[in-house]
Ligand binder design. Sequence first.
Ligand code: LLP
Length: 412
Amino acid sequence: MHHFQYRDGRLYAEEVSVTALAEEYGTPLYLYSAATFRRHFKAFDSAFDGIEHLTCFSVKANSNLAVLRLLGEMGAGMDIVSGGELYRALKAGVPAGRIVYSGVGKRPSEIREALEAGILMFNVESVAELHKINEVAGSMGKTAKISFRINPDVDPQTHPYISTGMKKNKFGLDIDHSLEAYELAAGMEHIDPVGMDCHIGSQLTSLDPFLEALDKLLVFYGRLKDMGLNITYLDLGGGLGIPYDSEEPPHPSEFGQALRKRLEGVPLKLILEPGRVVAGNSGVLITEVVYTKSNPSKNFLIVDAGMNDLIRPSLYGSYHKIEEVEHHGRSASLYDVVGPICESGDFLARDRELPEVQAGERLAVYSAGAYGFVMSSNYNSRPRACELLVDGDKVTVARKRETYEDLVENEC
Ligand code: LLP
């Protein structure tokens, strides 16, 4: 459930008319609903009530400071993958003790920044990285708390680009060789192995792969205990899917219930790293139709949002629901909704049935709150869109629209 609803055929973001916002702030425009963010975070986090846990929002899904602040104030921790994300999380007021750091290519400078801040733990993805963390921590006279990201070789049954927990993927350590890595870590002076971690993929629409991975990790946990290691944390990553179209992913409460069953009596603190399930349906992208055009085989709606604004359809062939911001009750036709970028792959939808929209009218592209603005670029020298956070009848500019000057600011 989200708080983008129609009243008398006009779209509202919470209490605010989307047409009014588009007129004031222009398009393309990212709109986030604070009430939806709160609702989704709470639904997810409370699903694990009764299990000691920390929900670390995956910053990569939506890293706007206003969003991070809102979630941080609700008690969220953060899952980061770069020094930049660490900077954002701290700037948004999230305590370092609630931050976990994943990613295959952490640079020494980033490791240092995270140690200086005092993050909860590093999710280490290779033995080479372990050596580097030990070295950096040693040079600072510190001890780094780590978990290994274990690759459980589970097929998450999702798009290959966002599947991460199989042997062929670059992520984590192969489960069959992870024990040796823990042995090595346990002997290092500046490393404290405190956890186990995995993240098998994104937009999962079934619980089975999560449970298969969890079962493998629990067996592995037994082996670590036998080794005399004192493991405190179990980080299961993110990945729970959302409905973009007709998908029916499990509700977080079902996820929580299934984990509760498996983890009963297991003395581990659970960490979760949801991104999409919290942010995805908390945001929409508003775009204006610039021109309409038809040829013998296609009707096109040429809109002012391109693949530089929302790349998911071009990159993954992803479906995003599209609807008029104001319903006019016209009959429907099949359209390709395309952007202004000079690439045939620049589209938001193909062969989509939509009412006959006219130039100057606006469309709402749904489920754009996760991996939307964060993946945008300046390709074709297009200034990036404005982001607004709506909370009831209050509107905050979460990020100003970029200007032409911004485009060249760092060029010499
Ligand atoms: N934890 C780790 C270590 C991750 O790599 C990710 C996502 C998450 C948590 C959050 O996963 P989520 O709950 O959002 O599924 N750009 C793609 C998604 C890439 C996901 C990358 N990792 C998309 O637009 O679908």
